[in-house]
Design a protein around this ligand. Sequence first.
Ligand code: HEM
Length: 424
Amino acid sequence: MSPKFDPDALPTSPAFWRSPLRGPWFTSALGVVLLFGITVLFVTGLLSYAAYNPGLSPVNDKTPDKGLLGFYLFAWPTRPSWLYRLTQGVHVTLGITLVPVLLAKLWSVVPKLFALPPARSIAHALERISLLLLVGGVLFEFVTGVLNVQLEYVFPGSFYPLHFYGAWVFFGAFAVHVVLRGPAAVRNLRDMRSGRQPESGDLVAVRPAAPTMSRRGAFAVVGGASALLFGTTVGRGFDGPLRRTALLAPHGWAEPGSGPGGFQVNKTAAARGIAADEVGEDAWRLVVTGPGGRRARLSRDELLQLPLHSAALPIACVEGWSTGDQLWRGVRLRDLAELVGYAADEAPDALVESLQRRGAFRRAALRANQIRDPRSLLALEVNGAALTADHGYPARIIVPAAPGVLNTKWVARIEFGDLGKVAG
Ligand code: HEM
């Protein structure tokens, strides 16, 4: 006797999905949390992209043209100095915290992804295509983001354009979804609160299994998981004992050491291929160039003879970690521009080149507003002592409110001049 085929054993059958937790109320409540959370993620993500100076001649971002998507790019300000620390700390911490909410939302609607027929009308087909972009887009953004903060650079190309263009595709689909489903979500939540009408809709199981937890319990599990992720992530933006609570941060376990250089390092001198003999007093020279081939070549001792200034500034990384203010001392970048023929107040953009041989951001572009800020330094010392090798000895850039990677370490060359502005 051949076994009888049961169509309800397939995920395309509504009877296949038996959890009594599923229903429009659960989906809508999670949706509203995502509405706020993802909007903040999108805005802080766009801000982070702007902070990279991607519009400057292709150095920081190799994408030639942002087209219409670059409409909003602006010169990232240098005040307040903790600006990037805040926006990127929120972006990364919130992104990680939302993972359980997102997974629960996807779980709550998974029967719909299998529903047949694939399209009942042209409008329905269009909505399903937008859902493909929504689900594909959100998975792409979360996976690339989490891989980046965990230092797993497995991307086919630079992370920045992938995450940036991916965000636009995802957010376009997200906006369509909110327009189509937002009003129902609000209605569903009202019904849920008033409890006047029983819950109904496609997501309610037709053959519910016995409940293993209440819906309140399910919200508590999702909220608890989010709280746990938040609690083990948020510390990466603080110093001292709080940093040790950042168990999920790749740098969370590593003690930054003690003394003047005892604060977070991202990439060490060894990791970037800096040899001790090339940064020695005899070997290392800073080359500064300006208009008409004007050029200065300075040893570290000569730099120490120039007027030195101090600035208390944090380091804030795209990976979401940051340090509190460190006391940097060095030569103002605008004074270096003056050395090669610019008035300090008219200092232009600059291209900064590192000695490092490995890794991204060997060259970084800074905007004129960053160069002109009197707190922007070519730092030679930090917290009262010479820079350590891992903090960029013999000299490094420190610019208020700039993402960490623009604060080039082991600087070899600074080229002042108007960098070509890339469209958008
Ligand atoms: C990352 C964000 C989101 C993803 C990936 C997502 C995904 C989905 C998917 C795949 C469906 C099933 C659609 C269908 O075939 O009918 C759905 C349904 C729904 N979503 Fe979302 N969604 C997200 C955010 C939101 C937001 C922000 C809201 C509310 C403002 C929302 C409210 C709803 C509602 C009310 C439904 C219909 C539930 C029902 O059929 O009863 N979603 N969502």
